[in-house]
Design a protein around this ligand. Sequence first.
Ligand code: ADP
Ligand code: MG
Length: 425
Amino acid sequence: MSFSSLGLSEPILKAVSKQGYEKPSPIQEQAIPAILEGKDIMAAAQTGTGKTAGFTLPLLERLSKGKPVRSNHVRALVLTPTRELAAQVGESVAKYAKHLSISSAVVFGGVKVSPQMLRMRKGADVLVATPGRLMDLHSQNAVKFQDVEILVLDEADRMLDMGFIRDIRKILALLPKQRQNLLFSATFSDDIRNLAKGLVNDPVEIDVNPRNQTARTVNQWICPVDQKKKANLLTHLLTDRQWKQVLVFTKTKHGANRLATHLEGRGISAAAIHGNKSQAARTKALANFKAGEVRVLVATDIAARGLDIEQLPQVVNFDLPHVPEDYVHRIGRTGRAGAVGEAISLVCAEEFKDLQAIERLTQQVLHREIIDGFNPINKLGVSRLNTTPIKAKKPKINRQLQSGASLKQTERRPSSKPRTPRKPT
Ligand code: ADP
Ligand code: MG
């Protein structure tokens, strides 16, 4: 299967080949023809599977055939949960539209509204937006919805988690009834299905089960450690194992700041990225990390969601997430596109419940390694795998990870050494 056989026209194919993509990803292979046909779609695929191009390419193709956009109007609306994601999707749209006369704009909160209002005077064929700012602009008449032909909800599950449901429903009520709806999500949870009921019409359902490539190529293990030793342990691991570029997750914004400061104090370049940081600071931190100038990016789940940071060798869970699905999202940041990644969790005794929930969801007991000098005083409980099915809530994750090799590994060699040996110092 090639991009040229999907029904996309030359200007788009040219932009795609500029990106160096050789063939469509599974989600793209299924979504692109359906969207070109004008169907509504509901697609579930994990992070890093190429969803952005999956909806952007056919959307541009369809828009390129219609009438030019009117002042303050929008023809395709893409809603995303976070500012970073909006910016990233906006960049992708601009790249793929390079050889078309299609205009695009990005609007999100946390920055001045007036330049966005000014920009919208020209109208935008594609508007990428976070829900709150979009509502603001609409209420000030800077954005008009009468000409919306296509609606995309990207990372819909995260939008629900972040409490955007009321904004989304308000926006839906304002859009023309006759339109194409594209809903993308990491999973099809009950909440997503409920949202979909009032949104998509007779959708093509796409559920790519990549037989989890991520799970297969991510070496996951945990370090039992006392809470107050975690920062020192991370510093030790960074040095001892010579990690070059690490994404570290913390539960709280405060924790992210504190850890970044701790690392900086030990001569390790670090930056924190979370909802309390100004937009400029977040963009800068991300750019510096991507450029390799910052070695450790400390992020909260919400800030990190959907960030396209390619080929990260290491992801560290400084805290375990309370929501086990977030663990799966977090480790999706590493081992992308066949590259081997490593996901390490620093786990203290108080987090045993969170650990059990993760092990139950992913159906594997994570390998443990205690690092010399960091043997915890408060012992972490012993994991036992609970195989009773979880109430059919997020069956997709379960199924995918069950088919991953890590499960078999644990079953066969319960006390095996971690697969990545320690680097000699
Ligand atoms: P998702 O939204 O599913 O998390 P993205 O759309 O952000 O995934 O894509 C993840 C990465 O994969 C990006 O760096 C993107 O450029 C790359 N990518 C997308 N489609 C392809 C493809 N067909 N071939 C190779 N790389 C691709
Ligand atoms: Mg995405």
